[in-house]
Design a binder for this molecule. Structure first.
Ligand SMILES: *[C@@H]1O[C@H](CO)[C@@H](O)[C@H](O)[C@H]1NC(C)=O
Length: 207
């Protein structure tokens, strides 16, 4: 966990820099989740917390993607009524947090149209201003696994329809089948009812 602690340093530095009066607003216990999603589906990354009755002046939920040896990628950044900013373009239009996330104590991230490259580690951070104790609050770690097998693809019904050549082949086979059966029935009939007629017509075989 040493590298992730290092990655949090800029936040602590920012907190010290702002040195706002401490007021407790948000509380959470770090929860870890494993999320398994089919490629193309929507993933829900859980992030829940509790809050005091005092509504902070400013509140932010930050979803980060944790990458080895690289700067954290901001997935979503929401400040009260503000719209998303600082969002990595890989997640633009795909990521959302509920509009009433603070009131509902639910900062869960919805990530749509999951791509194989989305697989990895994500974390949910909550920030309030004026800053409360132990801010930012690290509330959730989510490990995303993406299944790339296309087992859920719905087949086009027309794929199961026989093509023209198959239909003609089946018709031809049926006709040949009927002709052969008719011929066999005719011979059987002739052997039983008119054995002499056959003897006359094909003397080499039936004599
Ligand atoms: C949390 O919010 C997400 C959408 O942001 C929603 O899908 C989910 O049902 C919510 N969970 C609870 C327990 O309210």
């Amino acid at each position: 966990m040493a590298p992730s602690a290092l990655l949090l340093l800029p936040f602590f530095a920012m907190i010290v820099f702002l040195s706002a009066p401490a007021q407790g607003h948000v509380r959470c216990h770090l929860a870890t989740f494993d999320v398994w999603v089919q490629q193309g589906d929507t993933a829900l990354f859980p992030c829940f917390f509790s809050q005091s009755s005092v509504t902070p002046r400013d509140k932010k939920v930050i979803w980060q993607r944790v990458r080895q040896g690289a700067e954290d990628e901001v997935v979503f950044f929401k400040n009260g009524e503000d719209r998303a900013d600082r969002q990595n373009e890989a997640f633009v239009t795909r990521a959302s947090v509920g509009d009433r996330w603070y009131e509902e104590k639910n900062a869960s991230l919805t990530l749509r149209h999951i791509l194989p490259k989305d697989a990895g580690l994500y974390r949910c951070l909550l920030l309030t201003f004026p800053l409360g104790p132990r801010s930012p609050h690290h509330c959730a770690v989510v490990r995303l696994d993406v299944d790339t097998q296309q087992i859920k693809t719905v087949k086009d019904p027309s794929e199961h329809m026989p093509t023209g050549s198959v239909i003609w082949g089946m018709l031809l086979a049926s006709v040949i089948f009927l002709i052969v059966w008719g011929f066999l029935l005719l011979i059987t009939y002739l052997i039983i009812v008119h054995p002499k007629a056959l003897q006359k017509s094909s003397p080499d075989i039936f004599r």
